[in-house]
Design a protein around this ligand. Structure first.
Ligand code: SAH
Length: 353
């Protein structure tokens, strides 16, 4: 136990630990979870005060050429009612979001062949022209280096591409043969080289994932040092081969959030929808473990239930200023404050005490 506390302090001071040390922390998780979260809250306070960044999530398409075993919108799921937003619909989501105070728009979707560079680049430019004070985050999966370059030049600032598993054997169990671990890693490297703020991450409690795998994920993150880290519990979807697997644990997820905050003190760390879907107070528990970003849904209401990555996904949408006010109040009750700044990674040296 004392050794664990020393390790937590070491992690916070040096930003890294050995794999065996992560394994040790994971083995004693229950005994040290509270301390880890307190330390993570302290670090978060030092860098971000009580600020919570909001990102408006626009789920642009549920059409996907991939067949990820865990994902509800995988290609071979015949029971999905497929949709794709057009440029005008995406723009109106941004306009509605802007009025509510959002200054980052996240365009996420399946790997939809219609989202060519020819379609996306003019759209990105248009969003940037209309909202020059906003950041654009893309989360559209694997693309060519050239495409990432064009999208960056057209105005994309950030890119979320969870690596999903740094262990190749596990990666293969979660993905079809056509998807190569090597390519995922190539994408992450390209994105970083092109000057995107890059988000990596993984699901907690994915089928076949072991505690050793989790230690490896932490080692990967400490080496790669992404600007954003997205983690959330795995949740089963009834129309996938993983339908009978159990959900990942909320407790383990928040513990990992705390370790990630200690490791990467100024990382942008969302309290994810998946965490909020697995337990009702997930969003606030994430913030209390060191997360500092939430991503309310800005997708049109009629497509929202069609972007079902897993069963019982909460869409936690904000349709009105009134609901934004409610969200603010619910955070304020725990001492957190929504800020509408773009919230770039580089904006965030430690705050003065
Ligand atoms: N096509 C994009 C966006 C994928 S959806 C891409 O490949 O990056 C965003 C994330 O949702 C995925 O990276 C995955 O980690 C998560 N996700 C998908 N299915 C899930 C499930 N069943 N349970 C929990 N998270 C899931």
């Amino acid at each position: 136990m004392n050794h664990c506390i020393t390790l937590l302090h070491q992690l916070s001071e040096h930003g890294k630990l050995a794999r065996t040390e992560y394994l040790h922390l994971l083995a004693h998780r229950k005994a040290i979870a509270e301390t880890a979260m307190e330390l993570a809250r302290e670090v978060r306070r030092k860098y971000y005060g009580t600020d919570v960044y909001i990102r408006g999530l626009i789920e642009v398409s549920n059409i996907c050429k991939n067949d990820c075993t865990y994902c509800g919108i995988r290609k071979s799921n015949q029971n999905v009612n497929r949709y794709r937003l057009n440029a005008e619909q995406i723009l109106s989501c941004c306009r509605a979001g802007y009025r509510l105070g959002f200054r980052t728009f996240v365009m996420q979707g399946g790997e939809d062949g219609s989202f060519t560079d020819e379609f996306l680049c003019p759209l990105l430019r248009q969003i940037k022209t209309e909202f020059p004070d906003c950041a654009i985050t893309l989360s559209l999966g694997e693309r060519s280096s050239e495409s990432y370059r064009l999208l960056r030049e057209a105005g994309a600032d950030r890119y979320l591409l969870r690596h999903e598993a740094c262990n190749e054997a596990l990666y293969r169990k979660l993905h079809p043969e056509t998807m190569l671990h090597e390519n995922r890693m190539r994408c992450l490297r390209d994105l970083r080289e092109l000057g995107y703020q890059v988000g990596a991450g993984f699901m907690v409690g994915a089928p076949f994932q072991t505690v050793e795998d989790l230690a490896d994920e932490l080692c990967f993150l400490q080496d790669f040092r992404p600007q954003m880290v997205g983690i959330g519990p795995f949740l089963p979807h009834h129309d996938t081969p993983f339908c009978d697997y159990e959900s990942g644990s909320a407790d383990l997820t928040v513990f990992l959030l705390a370790l990630i905050r200690l490791m990467l003190p100024n990382v942008l760390l969302p309290s994810t929808t998946a965490l909020n879907s697995v337990v009702p107070d997930g969003r606030i528990r994430g913030l209390q473990a060191g997360a500092n970003v939430v991503m309310p849904n800005l997708s049109p209401e009629d497509t929202r239930q069609l972007y079902q990555l897993y069963d019982n996904k909460k869409s936690s949408g904000l349709e009105s200023a009134e609901e934004m006010q409610k969200l603010k109040e619910s955070f304020a009750a725990y001492g957190y404050h929504i800020v509408t700044a773009r919230g770039d990674f580089r904006d965030c040296p430690p705050k003065k005490p």
